[in-house]
Design a protein around this ligand. Sequence first.
Ligand SMILES: *[C@@H]1O[C@H](CO)[C@@H](O)[C@H](O)[C@H]1NC(C)=O
Ligand SMILES: *[C@@H]1O[C@H](CO)[C@@H](O)[C@H](O)[C@H]1NC(C)=O
Ligand SMILES: *[C@@H]1O[C@H](CO)[C@@H](O)[C@H](O)[C@H]1NC(C)=O
Length: 308
Amino acid sequence: MRGRTRLFVLLLLSFFLCVSRSSAQLPPDVVVSARLLDVHLQDLAFKTLFSPRTGVSYDAQVPTNLTGIKVSTMRLRSGSLRTRGVLNYKEFMIPIGVIENPYVERLVLVYQNLGNWSDTFYPLPGYSYLTPVLGLLAYSGANLSASVLPELAIRASDKPVLVNFPNVKLLGAVAKCVYFDLHGSVKFDNLLPGNVCSTMQQGHFSIVAESNAPSPAPCSRGEVQFGGKNKIKKRKKTMLWMGGILLLVIIMGVLVVGVRRHRKRRVQELECVADGKSLLDMTSIGDIKVPFAFGTRTRPTIEHGYFA
Ligand SMILES: *[C@@H]1O[C@H](CO)[C@@H](O)[C@H](O)[C@H]1NC(C)=O
Ligand SMILES: *[C@@H]1O[C@H](CO)[C@@H](O)[C@H](O)[C@H]1NC(C)=O
Ligand SMILES: *[C@@H]1O[C@H](CO)[C@@H](O)[C@H](O)[C@H]1NC(C)=O
């Protein structure tokens, strides 16, 4: 009995450890490659800003080895960002009251749509993307020929920035917003009506659904190497196996406890008989105890004569 309790406590504990890890961290190598892409796209975006007009969006040309990624950029006066916002910048709706830190007079917003490269730069085992990963990053617009610029921290002060995803293929699964900040941490949030995600900060955004992984999958997020899809598939198979083995162990445990209990009961009964406390022996058929008398005085005998 005690063994079984301990087993359940262990199971519960591991379950809660799994669940409590709801916001995760991307592994360092993934963060590095995603950040290198940010640097690269900033450079490409700034090259399109040759005597730009403020508040106008310019599309950048991406190299052929990044075909599928869309980059676009817009230069703004920081005052107009704060007092007017940008109501329609691609999928983003930037409200009034967004401020940057450190303060700059002009800033440049870089928009990224990672298209079919979303999985490559932001792999998320256990989830599948329902939309491309979109990025919105802010830089100082003081020197448009500068590259490898640090991002400015921009922050919505009153209302959040909204990301309005068009053409989401909701497949009946529970969809969630996912948010990657610039340091590699991953957060999940509720999807708002109309396929909208909200954020107070810059970063990368998408909508995901949990893929049909077995239930221990969320726990694997912390340990899994964020490799290719093959690795994830293998991982899922292993999880299934482990689940099966765990179930087997539980069943065996319950069986062993049951047999032991049964044996104990039998021993007690025998002791009772030995002590003379019970005149009738008890036997059990399944869970039911029935009296079983084998010392009956008048034994029924078949009178063979009748059949002769
Ligand atoms: C694309 O090609 C450039 C050289 O033209 C190279 O520096 C860069 O690393 C390549 N990017 C990817 C993602 O392969
Ligand atoms: C994305 O699609 C383009 C063609 O549209 C292709 O050249 C590129 O290799 C694809 N990228 C990935 C990561 O599959
Ligand atoms: C702008 O950046 C470029 C490249 O880093 C640098 O050569 C140039 O001196 C900078 N200009 C100013 C005005 O800071």
